[in-house]
Design a protein around this ligand. Structure first.
Ligand code: HEC
Ligand code: HEC
Length: 331
């Protein structure tokens, strides 16, 4: 009787094994955006590339989140208006719609709430919302396009940020080799990359870097086992919650396309993936990876590079004679 029951359990476990294995993966494939408004995406794309949203007339969203470079600027910290040295590393905009909140400390709830920030940030685009909207309102082709999308002749910042956020929703990167593997194409990744994934799971990286974005879903301490030494003044989540317990809690970054988004960490202090993996193992998990293990994890991370957004470069409508001209060199 006992034996029979054991046997039955073993059999059912066996037949469930493939399903169970699938369910066990804590990383899910990136899906194409569900529902998008094409007209709004087109407008948002123009605005994303338009440097006239900055005081200097020179800095666009794409200056710091370059879509030809993994949606980042590949600098430790960004360069803003008047060559201002930014305080923190620019995260990628790729797959940012999957984040639980925006910014390293999560101070913006979503992409729309985020998009107004840089325009008016003196250290980034250095403009004001009123002046940026004034520039757009002086450009007849923009007025027409806003009217088509939002049904009104009056452009406002809400429309600007709504359109940019809609465009950003399209910046997802499906079809990475790892996703192909998740979806059943077993030869999409090689033995070394698979060994790296196994290490990534077994070492505990996956406790924080999981879900479709392989991160972006929670705030975690930078320096769980060992304090992280940084020249940066950023203290992370506590800036939002005011709680001492949240000091040095940062949004777990996505590891999608991570081979393109160097340098790493909020202070941009790690130049390479082997360095970032070494630091993570040591300060988050108390693990010292040997060279072979490190290389395996890095190989796995590189399988997370997906199809990059691909579209026709938007052609921006020209100024009218009434458009206020930029003043890049005035304070
Ligand atoms: C001067 C460089 C610069 C410009 C210009 C800029 N950003 Fe950023 N962006 C950053 C930096 C730096 C951060 C991180 C700031 C932080 O977390 O405190 C950031 C964060 C973000 C995030 C959050 C991503 C995440 O994972 O949390 C999004 C989305 C984003 N920017 C979109 C935009 C859009 C849209 C524009 C144009 C309206 C723009 N950025 C203009 C530098 C820039
Ligand atoms: C306790 C949660 C946690 C664990 C465990 C963890 N990470 Fe992280 N990871 C983070 C956080 C938080 C950051 C961002 C920290 C910062 O810059 O302040 C990060 C950043 C990174 C980055 C840099 C990404 C970027 O764009 O800057 C890489 C690469 C990375 N982790 C890989 C790993 C690997 C590999 C492991 C396992 C060895 C691991 N992590 C374990 C929370 C974790």
């Amino acid at each position: 009787m006992m034996k029979q029951r054991l046997l039955a359990a073993a059999v059912s476990a066996l037949s469930l094994a493939p399903i169970y294995a699938k369910a066990q993966e804590l990383i899910q494939p990136i899906k194409p955006p569900a529902q998008i408004n094409i007209g709004m995406v087109d407008l948002g794309k123009k605005l994303y590339f338009d440097p006239r949203l900055s005081k200097s007339g020179f800095i666009s969203c794409n200056s710091c989140h370059n879509l030809s470079m993994g949606g980042s600027d590949n600098l430790p910290t960004s360069i803003g208006d008047h060559w201002h040295q930014g305080p923190i590393n620019a995260p990628t905009v790729l797959n940012s719609s999957l984040n639980v909140a925006q910014f390293w400390d999560g101070r913006a709830a979503d992409l729309k709430a985020q998009a107004g920030g840089p325009i008016a940030n003196p250290g980034e685009m250095g403009f004001t919302h009123t002046l940026a909207v004034g520039v757009l309102q002086s450009i007849p082709a923009y007025v027409r396009e806003f009217k088509q999308v939002f049904g009104t002749d009056t452009i406002n910042i809400d429309g600007v940020t709504t359109a940019i956020a809609e465009f950003e929703k399209t910046l997802v990167t499906p079809n990475s080799r790892f996703d192909q593997w998740l979806l059943g194409k077993k030869d999409a990744i090689n033995a070394q990359e698979l060994a790296g994934y196994t290490l990534f799971k077994e070492s505990g990286c996956i406790a924080c870097h999981n879900g479709p974005a392989v991160g972006g879903a929670s705030f975690q301490k930078m320096g769980v086992v060992e304090a992280y030494k940084s020249a940066s003044k950023a203290e992370g989540r506590s800036a939002v919650t005011g709680k001492d317990a949240d000091r040095f809690n940062f949004k777990v970054p996505t590891l999608r396309n991570v081979e393109l988004t160097y340098p790493y960490f909020h202070d941009g202090a790690a130049n390479t993936l082997p360095e970032a993996v070494e630091t993570m193992g040591r300060i988050q998990l108390g693990k010292k990876f040997n060279a072979d293990e490190n290389a395996k994890i890095v190989a796995f991370l590189k399988t997370l590079t997906g199809d990059q957004p691909s579209f026709t470069l938007p052609i921006l409508p020209p100024d009218s004679d009434k458009t206020p001209r930029p003043t890049p060199f005035s304070q």
